[in-house]
Ligand binder design. Structure first.
Ligand code: IMP
Ligand code: MG
Length: 416
């Protein structure tokens, strides 16, 4: 039994978000006790409305209590007594929150959108809680100190996996709106290229609209940067360049701590990662090619969809484990992740990428920064590390990113 439990634990915890699972567990109780899944034909609409309002009340109370625990956690962290946080006792992996989260209000908003408390057969789900957390974070950002920087992941967040930002992508007008509000924008992607032409190819839709827009000032245009390879290559918007982007030399933007990353260590870490990837290719008979770059190494198949989830996950966990256990793995930050169709190991991670963007824009604070991404599981996911550097929103598709930015806009309007 113990062995089975431990195996399950080791294999599954990284696929669950502990805070979300815990909140789901709390909501399951009123769901079971109040939602009354009786036969639909026996009910009149008045009775249904009564049940829903009762359930809504109970869910709202839970979110109010969790919000209280979060405030207490923030308080303890700020007084360097994080160990005394009750939330940390209940959910040990819980991290740092850079702003308050308005959970009760966010629940009421999402309940209007998703009719969570009207459901009698489907309990509050992972996605319900994820979206409530996102809404509460937007409220927290706008009401705490305001928003100065939004960083976006690329694949799945701005465009479909492996696709490009096409001119008709609805996210473009939302990004322009942020820039017009003098909010800075960084695209912090794992896609690591050293040439501006490659990023232009991926982001052409946005860069062309920025170029021809009459709504933006030059200062606002300079508020767009691209951070590639997680935290390795910085490009800034530049209308005079043929690809509308200019490479910013590393010495102009790297953080103090990044100066200690030795070239020998980088090569050494990538060598270890590469041989571990090659061993997986052999062992699992993966139909892939190995790609080695100066700051990354990865495997990718010829066509989309050739690798199944289990192959991708096994590979990422093996490589992560191998590099972690090496001595260079403890000196140098790296990020092994499942890109949905490929597996990559990059030097650095998105916490460094987001921090470098904050630094580039003259030290924007974590509490004024939002990172939007789709990969927030604790292993094999590359947006997860951004939680160390900024507030975050976890989206599941490019359409959700658009919704999130529209929600942000309506919250901003209520403040004016
Ligand atoms: P993201 O979702 O924007 O972070 O992009 C991740 C995807 O970029 C990966 O799944 C790869 O397909 C692709 N990619 C291209 N070059 C690199 C690299 O150097 N490191 C990691 N991923 C890369
Ligand atoms: Mg992504």
């Amino acid at each position: 039994m113990t062995t089975r439990y431990r195996v399950e634990y080791a294999l599954k915890t990284h696929r669950r978000d502990q805070l979300i699972e815990w909140i789901k567990g709390l909501l399951a109780v009123p769901f079971v006790l109040h939602s009354q899944p009786t036969a639909v034909y026996q009910e009149d609409s008045e009775k249904l409305a009564g049940v829903a309002s009762d359930t809504h009340q109970r869910y709202a109370e839970i979110f109010r209590d969790v919000e209280g625990l979060l405030n207490d956690h923030i308080e303890h962290e700020s007084t360097k007594a994080a160990g005394k946080s009750k939330l940390r006792l209940l959910v040990p992996p819980v991290g740092t929150f850079f702003t308050k989260l308005y959970l009760e209000e966010a629940f009421k908003y999402q309940d209007q959108q998703r009719h969570i408390s009207r459901r009698r057969f489907v309990a509050p789900s992972f996605n319900d809680v994820r979206l409530i957390l996102n809404s509460s974070q937007l409220l927290g950002l706008v009401r705490t100190r305001g928003l100065n920087l939004v960083t976006f992941d690329g694949d799945v967040t701005l465009y479909d996996d492996g696709a490009c930002l096409a001119p008709d992508n609805p996210v473009i007008s939302r990004i322009i709106r942020l820039l017009r509000q003098d909010i800075r924008v960084g695209i912090v992607t794992a896609a690591g290229y050293t040439e501006a032409a490659k990023y232009y190819e991926r982001l052409k839709g946005l860069l062309d609209v920025m170029y021809s827009s009459t709504e933006l000032t030059d200062e606002q245009r300079s508020g767009l940067i691209i951070m590639g390879g997680e935290s390795n290559y910085l490009f800034r918007y530049d209308p005079s360049s043929p690809h509308k982007l200019t490479y910013v030399p590393r010495e102009d933007w790297i953080l103090e701590d990044m100066k200690a990353w030795e070239e020998d260590d980088i090569t050494n870490l990538l060598d270890i990662a590469e041989s571990s990837l090659r061993a997986c290719v052999k062992n699992l008979n993966l139909p892939v090619s190995v790609l080695r770059k100066d700051r990354a190494v990865g495997v990718y198949p010829e066509k989309q969809g050739q690798l199944h989830r289990e192959q991708l996950e096994e590979t990422v966990l093996v490589v992560q484990n191998t590099v972690e256990r090496s001595s260079v793995g403890s000196r140098l930050p790296f990020c092994a992740f499942n890109g949905g169709n490929d597996v990559f190991v990059d030097i650095g991670d998105k916490s460094w990428g987001v921090r470098a963007c904050q630094h580039y824009f003259k030290n924007i604070d974590a509490s004024r920064t939002l990172h939007v991404g789709d990969q927030f599981l604790s292993a094999g996911a590359n947006d997860f590390k951004a939680r160390l550097a900024s507030t975050t929103a976890w989206i599941a598709s490019p359409a959700e990113t658009v919704q999130l930015l529209d929600e942000l806009h309506s919250i901003q309007k209520t403040l004016v």
